[in-house]
Design a protein around this ligand. Structure first.
Ligand code: FE2
Length: 692
């Protein structure tokens, strides 16, 4: 410890000699974030805390005066202490509004301190400071709970978690589905997890522009049925994508119908068929298999696949515009042909075989077969939106985020690793509960599975979920899809899993040198047990870990968490408009029952079966909104907030980014040769978190 010496010293490097009492000077640089409204004009105070003492609380007066804390700028100040305060590990910040001036919110990014001994310290902040209370921030070196031996560090850690438990509370939206963040509206969420100003305004603008198109053309109010196919194409004429145009042209094509099970918006249902289900009595004389083989031989060779919508069995169907809607639970048999196409060969629309539940075949009349496929695609809408998209990405990502924010302090390596992968998730899910699945929500009002059926589907989905199905290498193996050709979701997804796993392993094994360290990290253990209880409702049969015993287990689970919020969400979210913008390819509801005998259908039957004009328009406008990328989108592996400041994790981040860049180039080259490019898992196009 250096004590003050009240002696006169001279400083020769100023061009003249001056005399002063010697003090120790800490150079403090405050970086204010460049996000909108990050500036404060209030007075800011700081106290430095080190292992050997602390500074006085000091007002940060800079030469810029009240302009010291302007968004996007940094300002440097001198904080002096009579003695060295040792190794810095904490700062206290507060801001006080000026007399007669308004208080404001401030978003500092980080604080850098250079000590008189020449050591550099970085304190990541990345939070809104709104009131006048003192806020404590830890130095950037990651510390697990048992590393934090200094009493003030321990105290700050506990206080942070006590506050977080108050700010982030679990709530039960419906029994039987993952629990969620308690918040009545986006404005009641803590400021640090809300949308930015940019995201808020763009989200509102995109929603408004979609609806404005509908209002202009008068479609949103029309409860009429469609009378011709051309009129359907007239909805949202200004909102087209290359793929939505392709879908509009090719939606009737069998090969494209099969292709969508691999590379469409739901690549999660199809599986290899090793034996025909008892409730799907397809026989050899029904099917014509290219290459001339019989069904049993093709099953043996691994060329027969099944998509089974049993999750939707026995549901009532919604009432829309006062009319009953119909939701089937189809079984679809597919054949991988010698020329590597995935061709549908039989469709049964209800789970129980019966005379009035015919097995439809490509050899049936044009409209019998087409209407059977339309019912499958409508079931696909509900299966995809509720199970694959909402439950398996949005709701789980929220559980992972809330558990993180409640149990893991900022200084913990897991917080630093996962926080960027929780961006906007709590707000987008809050909006989904308010605008999509509430009593007046778009999904509740306009989807065949809206209302009570929706909750039933979500409950069934959760009770059938498994940990292995959330981990793509196991999921692909379990579904027997390792060798299926032209399966880009699998190809890109497996590569991304490997890259992510390497990164997560690098970071976490840097901090956890043994399994024993994992076992004794009480905060980490609370995180996983909270997830098991609140997310998976303590269902041991899911295979989700209740605790971590090894480094490897922890690394795999954290890889799955990042994969789910980024890669998997992009795979099932980004193509919603591409594949759902042309309603006949993915009708959100159907309003006639399927034919019970063959030979009774026509184009008129199909048009009568499609949802009404307003239902179609609402569905198309919603999938437009949910597919639109925000301009403050952060791609996978980019970390604009420097939560890590140590050398090794920073190097691992660079390696991770390098691997993603190479993969992006590989995907770009591959896509040039594809008739329908698969872009959803290009790392430059997929977001770090569930944010839309
Ligand atoms: Fe989404």
């Amino acid at each position: 410890m250096q004590f003050i010496k009240k002696e006169m010293i001279c400083i020769p490097n100023r061009g003249f000699f001056c005399f002063l009492y010697r003090k120790l000077h800490y150079k403090v640089t405050i970086h204010t974030s460049e996000r909108v409204n990050a500036t404060t004009f209030n007075n800011v105070y700081i106290k430095l805390v080190g292992t050997d003492g602390k500074s006085k609380r000091q007002w940060l007066k800079g030469f810029r005066g009240p302009l010291s804390f302007i968004g996007g700028y940094e300002s440097t100040f001198d904080v002096s202490c009579p003695v060295s305060i040792g190794k810095l590990y904490l700062i206290e910040l507060d801001k006080q509004q000026l007399l007669l001036a308004p208080g404001d919110a401030w978003f500092p990014a980080k604080v850098e301190v250079k000590s008189p001994e020449g050591d550099d310290y970085i304190f990541p902040i990345y939070r809104w400071i709104t009131g006048s209370e003192v806020q404590r921030f830890r130095e950037g070196t990651a510390l697990r709970v048992f590393d934090d031996s200094h009493h003030l560090g321990e105290y700050a850690r506990k206080q942070e978690l006590i506050q977080r438990e108050k700010d982030y509370r679990w709530d039960v939206y419906q029994e039987g589905i993952p629990h969620n963040m308690k918040a009545d509206s986006p404005l009641s969420l803590p400021a640090e997890v809300r949308f930015s100003f940019t995201k808020t305004t763009e989200f509102a603008f995109t929603a408004a522009s979609g609806l404005a198109d509908l209002q202009l053309s008068g479609l949103a109010e029309s409860k009429e049925k469609w009378t011709d196919m051309d009129s359907i194409g007239g909805v949202l004429t200004t909102k087209r994508t290359d793929i939505s145009d392709y879908v509009q042209e090719n939606w009737k094509d069998d090969a494209f119908f099969g292709y969508q099970y691999l590379n469409g918006v739901n690549p999660m249902l199809i599986r290899r068929c090793s034996a025909l289900p008892e409730n799907f009595p397809v026989t050899d004389d029904m099917v014509f298999l290219r290459g001339g083989a019989c069904l049993a031989e093709e099953i043996q060779k691994g060329n027969i696949f099944l998509s089974d919508y049993k999750l939707l069995d026995g549901l009532q169907g919604n009432i829309i515009n006062g009319k009953k809607q119909y939701l089937m639970a189809p079984l679809v048999l597919l054949h991988k042909t010698p020329d590597d196409k995935m061709m549908p060969i039989a469709i049964q629309l209800k789970q129980t075989p019966a005379k009035d539940n015919p097995i439809f075949l490509p050899t049936d009349s044009e409209y019998d077969w087409l209407i059977a496929k339309i019912f499958v695609r409508s079931a696909e809408f509900s299966e995809h939106q509720l199970n694959v998209h909402l439950l398996r990405t949005h709701l789980l990502a929220e559980v992972f985020a809330v558990a993180l924010l409640r149990n893991i302090p900022m200084v913990h390596p897991l917080y630093k690793l996962l926080k960027p992968h929780t961006r906007y998730t709590l707000q987008i899910n809050n909006l989904a509960r308010l605008l999509l699945i509430s009593e007046t929500g778009v999904f509740t009002k306009f989807a065949a599975s809206g209302g009570e059926d929706m909750i039933e589907i979500l409950k069934r989905s959760l009770s059938s979920i498994t940990y292995s199905s959330l981990c793509i290498p196991e999921n692909i193996a379990e579904r027997g899809l390792e060798a299926v050709p032209n399966f880009y979701y699998r190809d890109d997804g497996l590569k991304l899993w490997d890259i992510l796993h390497r990164f997560v392993h690098g970071v976490l094994s840097h901090y956890y040198k043994s399994d024993g360290e994992v076992q004794k990290d009480s905060e980490l253990q609370k995180w996983i047990s909270d997830i098991f209880e609140q997310g998976f409702l303590s269902q041991a049969c899911t295979g989700v870990p209740q605790s971590f015993t090894t480094v490897a287990e922890m690394v795999k689970f954290v890889t799955m968490v990042i994969f789910t919020g980024s890669v998997q969400h992009a795979a099932v979210n980004s193509g919603q408009y591409d594949y759902g913008g042309w309603m006949p390819n993915m009708p959100l509801s159907l309003q006639l029952p399927p034919p019970t005998t063959k030979g009774t259908t026509s184009e008129a039957t199909m048009l009568q079966t499609f949802p009404d004009v307003n239902t179609t328009a609402q569905g198309m406008s919603t999938v437009w909104l949910l597919s639109k990328q925000s301009s403050d989108f952060v791609p996978l592996g980019q970390y604009p907030e420097d939560h890590f400041s140590e050398k090794i994790p920073c190097e691992l981040i660079k390696d991770f980014q390098g691997e993603l860049e190479i993969l992006s180039s590989v995907i770009e080259v591959r896509n040039k040769s594809l008739e329908v490019p698969y872009t959803y898992l290009d790392p430059t196009a997929l977001e770090n978190s569930v944010a839309i």
